[in-house]
Design a protein around this ligand. Sequence first.
Ligand code: FAD
Length: 534
Amino acid sequence: MERRRKHWGWGYEDEQPSPEEVRAAAGFLVGRLGFGSTEPEQPVPLSDVSLPAPRVTPPAALAAICATDEYERALHCYGRSYVDIVRAFRGRFEHPPDVVAHPRDEDELRATLDWALSIGAAVIAFGGGTSVVGGVEASTGCGDRAGVVTIDLKALDSVLEVDPVSLSARIQAGATGPGLEEQLGEHGLTLRHFPQSFQFSTLGGWIATRAGGHFATLYTHIDDLVESVRAITPAGVWESRRLPGSGAGVSPDRMLIGSEGTLGVITEAWVRVRRRPVHRASTPVRFPDFMSGAEAVRALSQSGLYPSNCRLIDAREAEVTGAGDGSHALLVLGFESAEHDVEPWMTAALEICADHGGTWIPPTRRGSGPGRASGEAVGSWREAFLRAPYLRDVFIAIGVLSETFETAITWERFPGFNEGVLAGVQDAVQEVCGGGFVTCRLTHVYPDGPAPYYTVLAPARRGGELEQWTQIKRAASEAVIDGGGTITHHHAVGRAHRPWYDAQRPAPFAAALRAAKAAVDPTGALNPGVLIDP
Ligand SMILES: Cc1cc2nc3c(=O)[nH]c(=O)nc-3n(C[C@H](O)[C@H](O)[C@H](O)COP(=O)(O)OP(=O)(O)OC[C@H]3O[C@@H](n4cnc5c(N)ncnc54)[C@H](O)[C@@H]3O)c2cc1C
């Protein structure tokens, strides 16, 4: 039998820890954080959930690929933000889709789309459902539709072609991170796009949301790895040419990249792949404080060395994740290459770090050759990074509010911006939760500025979490926009970021986007409420 994903949280049903295990984790976490409850709540089982009857019925020709049962509708109701998981944990499934379709090829996808359009339903493309911005939730914008049809791309999960000459691969949109890496691995190739949601998120979802992945410099977003895209729109097929680069006007790829399901359903893409790295070096570097670390990161980002990993973590976050003791900021610095020894790059990068007060313990094993090289702190950080999505489910059970937000800003504004955001959000956290804290790390860096990523951990008021987070998120978003940052560096806009995205974008651009949507989706059926008003 196929493993089923948890309908309310992260991972598979068979991965859910037992109540005793959650209780044991609660004791440890409450001790470490200083808040939360040692009496965990249990999620509402699906058998206790009742959803409104579906408003539309698929035609016989599509019955085999359409589901209307409670599990499928609940699973596809939300993404996986904190507020999504809280609602699902409590058995609150607002706006479930009426029908979930699982097309196995483009013909079935087109037939589903045609049917949904013919009955006036909203259509939501669904990859892994890991959106953290309300991207797959049929709330805002969907109210006046005859129904909601969610199209799950899961069955379109193959690497269709590999071009070893140009180092590109044609991959279907529903392929998940592990799925596509496994298939590329058979050719000795890799995409090396590793968002934290890698386990479940999909190529189509990454493209639709402009996801940020593994590389901290250079190839930060999926945008940089896309060679061409193919999508089905109500007006026909939108497919761009495979080109290494092109100056032919506004890019048809770039317009689909980040379209968040509003212009068409992406079915496949040619992406730039690479040979698997065999030379790696990784060193944790300590800085006495976050800002001296940030100065080192700025110098690194402008040095032309382009480390693959360059994540600066503040002292509190390093402590919470077990990568530090709270007395220093930590830079996780890494280089990788399939072709050449990276040791000279690491040596040059460490010299830059030393110039800014960085210190490190020479790693026991570093340098060229297959395998992973890392210090203990890097290992702890990596572990914490991979565990985080699972841990969030436990946090909800033990009454800990846990959520993140991210942005980008130019270097010359970063110190003041960061201070303003931290102060504004810390005040809101204190006021709303009576305690808790905000931490910062730099996830991606550019020669002209960093992408800061903030984590909020605070005592939650059981039953009041949504109001608590709404207030904190408002304070965070206002601080980010007022400080000149972007409302999102890689989490996308969805429904949650609309007010601030609308404030950030130029008005003529918004008009052009509306006109583009009207041209390819004249009835406004595709993901209404996302990016632009229906
Ligand atoms: C724990 C966690 C960690 C995360 N870490 C990262 C991270 O490191 N980097 C990052 O960038 N994001 C991250 N995210 C956010 C999320 O994983 C990304 O936005 C991801 O790209 C979504 O992919 P998905 O396949 O799950 O898409 P979904 O959540 O299913 O959909 C997201 C949006 O894209 C649209 N869409 C999906 N597939 C298609 C398609 N084939 N055609 C057209 N539109 C489509 C949907 O309609 C929706 O608007 C994280 C989320 C979680 C919960």
